[in-house]
Design a protein. Structure first.
Length: 671
């Protein structure tokens, strides 16, 4: 081999001399876990040649990128199986998503659960055929020829500047308008014949065999083409894929546990809340037991905010549209607001206008009204930081397809705070706010966090680049100083400023976005907010937006799933149920319950006609933290049997001790 035929590349951090045209498959030969490669930061198929001087990394199938490639490749296998089962099926898009994939199809009839089981068997046959995924770069004409029978693929090819770009932003598997169009063929390993193909940007696994038998189709649903309600409705099949059967089984067990914890299911079983059709989508009602939990959450939050130097304010649910013109919401957030309610003009008898017509809006945010409170009189630097807090009802017109129980609603109560401070106070105030947020979340039982830093959307923002840069840098410094992991969220900020989001992991490892802290230099400018500085000059305050729960509704939904409905004693709607072994001991337990009630404990006696064992089962089903049982020996000894939620039991506990245990558990917010 001559020098001209050799080149130097860097493989997993080490320089190597290889023949020109060496492929990733040759570089990583023998390493079955490597399924694609990263060449100068870009994912590539292993059958592609590595350019001279490139830096190459092998991507393990169990890594995030490796899993995404596995799942996207499995989506192709599923689509191939669908077109074998239903030859008239037309292909939509088929990206990977978190923990899985989906593919959209135009078919005459929706898919049934039996269809999914049949498709899984067909997919396994394709997997075992060990078909090769082969990438082809093609011209647009060649792509049109390959996709001649696929009208939706032709739409993508024919709309490079609009629909196709939207598809790519939504995660579609099509590369259009990016300088190169690619098609992926599924090729018979022995004959070399093309069995199936799709317009796709890749990359893919080297072959179907690497998918193994660690996949499952999970459900089907209707979905609009490219996610727009203006487009035709297609049928979507969801699935999941993992490197091993063990990993698939673990995932399925997590999903089963998540279904058992579904707050909508538990809310009905525990009589906490419901979603009446008469009210409309995304508008829940809270039943008495749910109201108790909600009140306990809010009362403790109010206590902590009072201790933290916050002042309580209240603002109306509706306002003139001009307020949101000033704030910018009508320019940047109109699609998330309920439509305007127009009040007609009032006319004089002669037909002239006495009072012009006016548009009113349900408020989507509390911040503009809090700005009016700040601006209602002159402010001095001595008042800063000024911390305004409100449990404020807001309304957002979420699309029906994304409304979900309590975690995505159209009417919500935000625990909203807006802090006004000087530039000099800004960093300390942000640090104190973050610590306040984390400490309070821990009190509610969430303590596994990381932070996300959302930065400017280059197409959707107000204010100067310098102000955004300073705000982003300050938030980053505060987040890093917390010691928590910090994850970037490019372009995820609201239009008026960057934010830190507290991401909390629940009891089964799922991540929920909780509190947000936004730093805003822009709304004070738009509302002309000022305070008098120590030197007598007028200065703009800095504004910090902070929602701790996010919304009371969503937070209660998260806590319901985190605790699987078994709320800690301080939050439980019924904290103690006293169950007599026989009716003769009712009065004895009524006296015990009365003592508990005097200590502020939510306790009751089950004096119903059910037999004793059924009463125990009922208390367990309702997830009551403590059950006190009394029979003849207990009454004679002035004691109770103290039964815990896990089924364990202490017998002969003196009543004084039982009361103290319960009161201590509630007052210390023990989990």
């Amino acid at each position: 081999m001559t020098d001209a035929q050799q080149t130097i590349i860097t493989v997993d951090g080490e320089e190597r001399t290889v023949a020109e045209g060496t492929t990733g498959a040759e570089l990583f030969d023998g390493r079955r876990e490597i399924v694609v490669m990263r060449v100068d930061g870009v994912l590539k198929d292993l059958d592609q040649p590595v350019p001279s001087g490139a830096a190459v990394e092998g991507v393990d199938i169990a890594s995030e990128d490796g899993l995404n490639v596995l799942r996207h490749s499995t989506a192709h296998v599923m689509a191939q199986a669908v077109q074998q089962l239903r030859p008239d099926a037309k292909l939509g898009i088929g990206p990977y998503i978190k923990d899985g994939f989906y593919f959209d199809f135009d078919v005459a009839e929706p898919f049934t659960p039996e269809d999914l089981r049949t498709l899984e068997k067909m997919m396994l046959k394709i997997v075992n055929q060990n078909q090769v995924f082969r990438r082809r770069a093609v011209t647009e004409d060649e792509a049109r020829e390959a996709m001649a029978d696929e009208p939706y693929k032709l739409l993508l090819l024919g709309a490079k500047d609009n629909q196709s770009e939207g598809a790519v932003k939504e995660g579609a598997n099509v590369e259009v308008g990016a300088g190169e169009i690619t098609v992926y063929d599924n090729v018979d390993r022995k004959s070399g014949d093309v069995i199936w193909c799709d317009l796709c940007r890749g990359p893919h696994l080297p072959n179907t065999k690497l998918i193994s038998n660690a996949f499952a189709l999970t459900r089907s649903a209707a979905a609009y083409w490219l996610g727009s309600e203006k487009n035709v409705q297609l049928q979507r099949i969801y699935g999941t894929a993992w490197p091993t059967k063990e990993a698939l089984k673990e995932y399925q067990e997590r999903i089963a546990e998540a279904e058992r914890r579904d707050h909508r299911k538990l809310g009905a079983e525990l009589d906490l809340f419901s979603f009446p059709d008469e009210l409309g989508s995304g508008l829940p009602v809270f039943h008495p037991k749910g109201g108790i939990i909600r009140k306990a959450m809010e009362d403790y939050s109010r206590q902590r905010h009072t201790e933290g130097g916050y002042e309580f304010v209240y603002t109306p649910h509706i306002t003139k549209g001009h307020l949101y013109e000033v704030s910018g919401h009508l320019d940047w957030y109109r699609e998330g607001m309920f439509p305007a309610m127009h009040i007609d003009a009032e006319l004089n008898e002669d037909g002239t206008v006495r009072k012009p017509g006016q548009d009113y809006y349900l408020k989507p945010m509390n911040c503009p009204m809090h700005n009016l409170i700040f601006r209602s009189r002159g402010r001095s630097y001595r008042e800063l930081p000024l911390r305004l807090f409100e449990f404020g009802s807001v309304y957002r017109y979420e699309k029906s397809g994304v409304v979900h129980g309590l975690t995505r609603v159209r009417g919500m109560t935000q625990d909203d705070a807006h802090i006004y401070c000087t530039r000099e106070q800004m960093k300390d105030e942000l640090t104190g706010t973050l610590n306040f947020v984390l400490d309070l979340l821990k009190d509610y039982g969430l303590d596994d966090f990381y932070l996300e830093l959302s930065t400017k959307d280059p197409e959707k923002y107000v204010g100067s680049d310098d102000a955004w840069e300073e705000a982003t840098r300050t938030l980053a410094e505060v987040a890093e100083a917390s010691g928590l992991e910090l994850v970037p969220d490019p372009g995820g900020a609201a239009f008026y400023g960057p934010k830190i989001s507290v991401q909390a992991r629940d009891a089964i490892g799922r991540t929920w976005q909780m509190s947000t802290i936004q730093l805003d230099f822009n709304l004070p400018e738009r509302f002309d907010l000022e305070y008098q500085a120590a030197d007598g000059t007028r200065q703009r305050p800095v504004m910090i937006h902070r929602a701790l729960f996010g919304s009371v509704e969503r937070f209660l939904g998260v806590l319901t799933e985190h605790y699987a409905g078994a709320f800690p004693a301080w939050l439980a709607p019924v904290q103690v149920v006293a169950i007599p072994v026989a009716e003769a001991f009712n009065d004895y337990l009524y006296d015990v319950v009365e003592r508990l009630k005097k200590e502020g404990i939510r306790a009751e006696v089950d004096a119903g006609t059910d037999r004793f064992p059924k009463k125990i089962r009922t208390a367990s089903k309702e997830k009551v933290p403590f059950v006190l049982i009394a029979g003849g020996e207990d009454a004679e000894a002035g004691a109770v049997s103290f039964r815990f939620r896990d089924g364990s039991q202490d017998n002969g506990v003196p009543v004084d001790e039982a009361v103290k245990r319960i009161v201590d558990a509630v007052r210390t917010r023990a989990r």
